[in-house]
Design a protein around this ligand. Structure first.
Ligand code: AMP
Ligand code: MG
Length: 698
């Protein structure tokens, strides 16, 4: 008895609250597997009724079971329904209200209906409270002289400390008005969805849709603690309660649903507050911050070899991305923050891989004739009874094998004659069938921490019953260009200016690497402006380009050095000038060279694997392969070189110029050739390492 989707609605008895989201209005929140969507503001009951109905319909069309919780009583104290609507069935009373309650955005007749009920009962109650200027016949404004022929509270309200009585129609917390204005809406939803909808606790919850009564105050302290700054209280209530209800285990929810009162209704979760609180407790860990000296270099090193630089990065950097639980539907491209274990086997039971006939055991060479038992086993069904030895049964692809069946013969290989089948052996035991768990066993680790989830991974997760996974939030990486000479692409640029080419390139690389690229714009060679831009960035890491060396106008390195957390990494690499690596208010900054070719190569070789560590994917070295050189070159020892390259006719060709300002060569290339640190002479046909863009994770 599980629900795929939980919707919690905070109802209101008032009039239209306007277009702008406000408190004490109708709010709703959708949650699946403990993961909530943003709360939704619904300005009137008419808007709410349409939105809820359409949402339920869409969920059902997608095959999801839906539980909708409303925060007003579904029933009245014992005896009221009988006295008013002539039946103890609360749903009869709902329909009685549908016939009498008139509702519009600006006005409704709830006080008149309540007064008429009081008069019909010949009593000074049970309803009281009048929010109108005019007096309403039969409806006392206060409890002076009030007489109530029924119990003041439902049994559930006696247990729910602080709950208001259903009879009060005005004043703070007048749940009585919400019920009068809500029950007709629920009644119409019932009729819209017919047998596919059941109301708890009055009906058996076997249908696809369940309406339940909820009360956020059961977990008021948790809601207060988890409310976000500036979050409207009603929004926090529906959000946190929806999260808790949708994160309950089947057993916990079943225990809650086992409660109830068939006439008065009940509050879901009443007396089970610990379970609700427990469902809210997330085990999403908070990452430790990076140390401020994580980019410090060992003293005395002049030019750091590439591998040493990479080793240092690998040693010092740890995941900084927040961990959050997301549904499988939201998880594409996300990085797992914890290993995932299968919740059940795939397939869960032995089944048939083909349409055919099932029986027990192997069959030798020769003709076999087996009597058929009645019935058939089809996918999704469970065959009733067992197939006796020496008998066969009709089976359809995907059907669970009936008891007494472990082997299937293809229907194309069978002649059917009345109640018998004939086929030629041999048939191996277990033929054309799938063993339970032959793909994945329950409890097996199916995906490791650090895995960036692919479409196929989502299939695997779904197949073994996993609905939500702990993932790292996408790493937010800012990109900032520096230089007095830079102009925006497409703008009017003076002859002394160049267009900012690095920013679109770096933003593009980050997106391809699976991060959330954040455009931090351009700043001049001005330390104050640069500091302001870095301060304003709300990101997990920053890539700057330009100004990273040790010259007069190299403000990135100067600023980071003044902040006391910068190291100028002179790495023995071409193309590449020094990298300025530093921490700015706890955020790692990768100060890349300004030359576009060097900026891209340094991003792929150094920043990309470092960002991978921050994002939680672990260290991922570029993957290349040896290919024959389609060029000649001799290089000196002492630094590693990366050449813009592409594969044509089975050989790696390189761009005609090595100039690090040649953007056309970057665009021409489809990867890089990596030449080792030592001296080397490359002749046509010599093996060289080619790393396609994809090998860098692009
Ligand atoms: P820098 O690292 O600031 O000394 O810049 C090195 C070279 O790269 C200079 O020729 C700059 O004009 C050029 N450059 C710097 N930033 C960019 C950029 N965003 N787009 C294109 N070229 C740039
Ligand atoms: Mg510059």
């Amino acid at each position: 008895m599980m629900f795929d989707t939980v919707i919690v609605v905070d109802w209101s008895g008032g009039n239209d609250r306007g277009a702008k989201p406000v408190k004490d209005a109708i709010w709703a929140c959708v949650a699946r597997a403990g993961v909530t969507e943003a709360p939704v503001y619904l300005r009137t009951r008419q808007v709410a009724e349409a939105w809820i109905g359409d949402l339920i319909q869409a969920e059902r069309a997608a095959g999801r079971r839906v539980m909708v919780g409303f925060d007003f009583p579904f029933g009245y104290p014992q005896g009221f329904a009988q006295a008013v609507a002539g039946s103890n069935d609360p749903l009869t009373l709902w329909d009685w209200f549908v016939a009498r309650i008139e509702d519009g955005p600006k006005t409704n007749n709830r006080f008149d209906v309540a007064g008429a009920i009081n008069l019909a009962l010949g009593a000074k109650g049970p309803f009281w409270g009048n929010g109108l200027q005019r007096d309403v016949d039969g409806l006392p404004r206060t409890k002076t002289g009030y007489e109530n022929p029924f119990a003041e509270r439902r049994k559930a309200e006696i247990l729910a400390k602080g709950a208001f009585a259903v009879w009060q129609l005005s004043g703070a917390g007048s749940v009585g008005s919400q019920a009068l204005m809500g029950l007709p809406v629920l009644a119409r939803l019932r009729h819209r969805f017919g047998d596919d909808l059941a109301v708890w606790p009055f009906q058996q919850l076997e249908a696809g849709i369940a309406l339940v009564e909820v009360w956020p105050s059961l977990i008021a302290p948790e809601i207060a603690a988890q409310a976000q700054a500036d979050e409207i209280k009603d929004a926090a209530q529906v959000r946190v309660l929806a999260q808790a209800l949708s994160a309950l285990s089947p057993a916990q929810l079943a225990a809650m649903l086992a409660d109830g009162d068939a006439q008065e209704g009940w509050i879901l979760g009443l007396g089970h507050e610990d379970a609700l609180r427990g469902a809210l407790r997330t085990d999403d860990p908070v990452p430790p911050p990076l140390s401020n000296d994580c980019f410090a270099l060992p003293p005395g090193v002049a030019w750091t070899p590439v591998d040493d630089a990479l080793d240092l990065l690998q040693e010092r950097l740890t995941p900084v991305a927040r961990v959050e639980t997301v549904t499988v539907q939201q998880a594409l491209g996300r990085v797992l923050a914890a290993p995932v274990t299968s919740l059940r086997s795939n397939p869960p039971r032995p089944n048939t891989a083909v349409d055919g006939y099932g029986f027990a055991g192997a069959r030798d060479t020769g003709v076999h004739v087996l009597p058929l038992v009645a019935g058939r086993a089809a996918a999704g069904g469970d065959f009733d009874g067992a197939v006796p030895a020496g008998h066969a049964v009709r089976v359809l692809t995907g059907a669970v094998l009936p008891a007494g069946v472990d082997t299937v013969v293809l229907q194309e290989d069978v002649t059917v004659d009345g109640g018998r089948i004939a086929f030629n052996g041999p048939v191996k035991a277990g033929a054309n069938s799938r063993r339970a768990g032959e793909d994945v066993a329950a409890g097996e680790v199916i995906l490791q921490q650090g895995r960036r989830l692919t479409a196929a991974d989502l299939a695997l997760l779904a197949a073994v019953g996993v609905g939500a996974v702990q993932t790292f939030a996408a790493l937010r990486v800012g990109v900032l260009s520096t230089g007095d000479e830079l102009a925006e692409a497409g703008s009017d640029a003076g002859e002394t200016q160049i267009f900012d080419a690095n920013r679109p390139m770096l933003l593009g690389l980050l997106t391809r690497l699976g991060h959330e690229a954040v455009d931090l714009g351009r700043v001049n060679d001005d330390r104050v402006a640069l500091a302001k831009a870095l301060d304003a960035a709300q990101v997990d890491a920053i890539l700057t380009s330009g100004g990273a060396s040790a010259g007069d106008e190299d403000h990135v390195s100067a600023l980071l050095r003044d902040a006391g957390a910068m190291a100028l990494w002179r790495i023995a690499v071409k193309p590449g000038r020094p990298l300025a690596l530093g921490m700015w208010n706890g955020t790692p900054v990768f100060g890349l060279p300004g030359n576009p070719v060097a900026a891209m190569v340094c991003t792929l070789v150094f920043a990309a694997p470092a960002l991978g560590l921050l994002a939680g994917v672990g260290w991922q070295a570029p993957q290349g392969f040896m290919v024959p050189a389609g060029f000649e070159k001799s290089k000196k020892p002492g630094r590693r070189e990366y050449l813009r390259a592409r594969m044509r006719d089975g050989v790696a060709e390189v761009f005609r110029s090595e100039g690090s300002g040649r953007i056309s060569g970057l665009s021409w290339a489809e990867g890089l050739v990596e030449l080792p640190d030592g001296a080397l002479t490359v002749k046509h046909g010599d093996p060289v390492l080619f790393i396609p863009w994809g090998g860098f994770g692009l």
